[in-house]
Design a protein around this ligand. Sequence first.
Ligand code: COA
Ligand code: MG
Length: 286
Amino acid sequence: MPRLRSLLFVPGDRPDRMEKALGLGADVLILDLEDSVSPAAKPAAREAVAEFLCRPRTATLYVRVNPLDSGLIDDDLAAVLPAGPDGLLLPKAEGAASLAALDARLSEFAAPDAQRAGEVAILPIATETPAAIFSLGSYGGVTSRLAGLTWGAEDLPAAIGAATSREADGSYTAPYQLARSLTLFGAHAAGVPAIETVYPDFRDLDGLAAYAARARRDGFTGMMAIHPSQVPVINAAFTPSEAEIDHARQVVALFEANPGAGALALDGKMVDAPHLKSAKRLLAGV
Ligand code: COA
Ligand code: MG
């Protein structure tokens, strides 16, 4: 599985921007056929995305298709699957049933063209409908295509007639804190990375850095971006600092030096099994 630290959206009807998006340092580009493309522009966008996918691959390329019940996804899949995207972002996903449905579609396609569609990953956007909230614990054990779980804070308020998902200071209101938290635990319950949602105010890079730092603190390991300037900030936020690596090495070394010990002291603080687990997890990602 490729690294999912920074995933940059590029509208599917903007081939010029797809070109620019290469070489910005994003781990994944998400070529969008859904909300950033108007209905009239979707046919041309499908063609542009397929054409871009057919070039020699220099980046990991995902495509955001339209939702399963949109009446548009058949045309999306027919256009892009022959070009072999690395993954699909599934909007308006509603748990295991949605994941199984897309998995089946991909497997059907894989039969005649196994090489190209066989390994297509799926990254669900898992909080965009009211029903989706009640399925966030169901993503595990459905398909090995599941690459992670991410969420969105824009579609759900629109779906339920809420004015906004944010307080005046930009922090999430209680319903969207819940959606974010359930995504985080749903991803870890399914054994896949939790991916933080976009930070729409793309001129506010200090705010983005703080937002991404909170995400990493909480257990997200990557984040989606909408603008080139966000990519380096996100990459930095999800990369452990030298001090963190150093501390993790000290924890591991301490337990190695004291085999059989359960709890030990490091710099005047207790460290035990969860600290060792965290340290090993951090070092595994370095
Ligand atoms: N991918 C690649 N390049 C992008 C880009 C993106 N997502 N967003 C902006 N750029 C490029 C522009 O082409 C421009 O390049 P140039 O300097 O060579 O002309 C440069 O970055 C600066 O762009 P800027 O003027 O700051 O942004 P904008 O006002 O033109 O566009 C957005 C702002 C939000 C419309 C644009 O960033 C965008 O389309 N983002 C993705 C939206 C999306 O996909 N949303 C769906 C998921 S939420
Ligand atoms: Mg949307």
